[in-house]
Design a protein around this ligand. Structure first.
Ligand code: SAM
Ligand code: SF4
Length: 363
């Protein structure tokens, strides 16, 4: 892996996209406008995914090794102040949507403080978080107060035995409690993510869809990607989106393609024929959406990436800790965007997965 740098309950819902203004009275909206981040294929980058830690309270088979995981020393992780500074700079370059992830973001101490500070960055219009849900019931109120808008919650199974087999931890009821807490606190939308793996997901697809319909949350199936910590990914283990669609249609009736207001969204969404519920498919293996990708990534230890599957990273931590200017940060981000490939090509026979697993990059 080459590191690169300039040198080398009662459900309260806020309307979708609506947010509280958390600026102090009289606080100025200061937004330096730089040239937008457009790559060589014309994709304008407006989204940023930030991993806040590589640590996790789960050990999902598709993400982490079961044992012997060595986490980054805490001093390697960007501080909240460093993350906020980075976000201020990229907001000035046109980034508008930020999602916090990990590892498990809710194990990072004081995560609500980070949310509050990012919610106040001028230009950031949309702030979300992806979590395994185990600690969400505990955090939901503080996160709402801090200004978080959306949550994605990973839920791969609806019976405890299957849940344990996949996550190698107990805790299904905690996750369900987290989903209901998120509803009570008005996050909108709430999405459930399920990784689709042959041999593990077939008997969960219908229960998960029925649950999502019953509780009025969105569900997305994500094809298993070659980013598991054990290097056990094989193409035959990818349960293809079209297989799950066929299974759901046999049970619930026809799935009707839903309008796609944002072409850069990785999921293709469908409505159920009876009008109850919405279901999405992220099919990076069978139907990659790279052509529309407008995402940048910041790893927990301060490396900027232009793709989940990229082999290179740009070391912004060195700039942030080495006295570099905001202009230096902006130049590094531009260099990273300029090197973005047109597509990741994960289904290509010549594809080489990155050295890091999903929990180390930030999914
Ligand atoms: N810990 C949080 C969670 O599980 O939601 C956030 C980090 S996790 C890496 C982010 C998302 O990546 C989760 O929805 C997870 O299911 C997904 N994911 C992890 N490994 C994956 C893989 N190999 N293929 C597809 N999705 C994966
Ligand atoms: Fe942890 Fe999320 Fe990876 Fe599961 S998918 S091991 S919860 S980081």
């Amino acid at each position: 892996m080459g590191r690169m740098g300039p040198a080398s309950g009662c459900i309260r819902k806020r309307g979708a996209g609506q947010r509280r203004d958390l600026r102090m009275p009289g606080e100025e909206i200061e937004m330096r406008i730089g040239e937008p981040l457009i790559d060589n294929w014309g994709r304008r980058h407006t989204r940023l995914r930030i991993s806040v830690t590589d640590r996790c309270n789960s050990r999902c088979v598709y993400c982490m090794p079961e044992r012997g995981v060595v986490f980054r020393p805490r001093g390697d992780l960007l501080t909240f102040e460093e993350i906020e500074r980075f976000v201020r700079v990229v907001a000035g370059l046109g980034v508008r949507r930020v999602r916090l992830t990990g590892g498990e973001p809710l194990v990072r101490e004081g995560i609500d403080r980070l949310v509050a500070s990012l919610a106040r960055v001028p230009g950031i219009e949309d702030l979300g978080l992806t979590t395994n849900g185990l600690l969400l019931a505990r955090w939901a109120e503080a996160l709402e107060r801090a200004g978080l808008q959306r949550v994605n919650i990973s839920l791969d199974a609806l019976d405890e035995a299957s849940y344990c087999r996949i996550s190698r931890r107990e805790g299904l009821q905690q996750v369900l409690d987290g989903i209901f807490a998120a509803q009570r606190h008005g996050f909108e939308p709430i999405r459930l993510n399920a990784v689709a793996i042959r041999g593990l997901t077939e008997d969960q697809a219908i229960p998960l869809a029925a649950f999502a319909r019953r509780h009025d949350v969105e569900l997305r199936f994500i094809e298993f990607m070659p980013l598991d910590g054990q290097g056990g990914w094989q193409s035959y283990r990818v349960l293809r989106g079209e297989e799950i669609r066929a299974q759901l249609e046999a049970h619930f009736g026809r799935l009707i393609p839903a309008p796609r207001p944002d072409p850069s969204q990785p999921a293709v969404d469908y409505r159920f024929a009876d009008g109850r519920g919405r279901i999405g498919f992220i099919d990076p293996f069978t139907h990659p959406s790279c052509g529309w990708c407008n995402r940048l990534r910041l790893t927990a230890e301060g490396q900027v990436r232009n793709c989940l599957f990229a082999a290179g990273e740009w070391d912004v931590r060195a700039i942030l800790r080495g006295g570099g200017s905001d202009q230096d940060v902006a130049s590094l981000v531009r260099a990273c965007v300029a090197c973005k490939k047109p597509a990741a090509g994960i289904a290509s026979p010549t594809f080489l997965p990155p050295e890091q697993a999903m929990y180390q990059i930030g999914g």
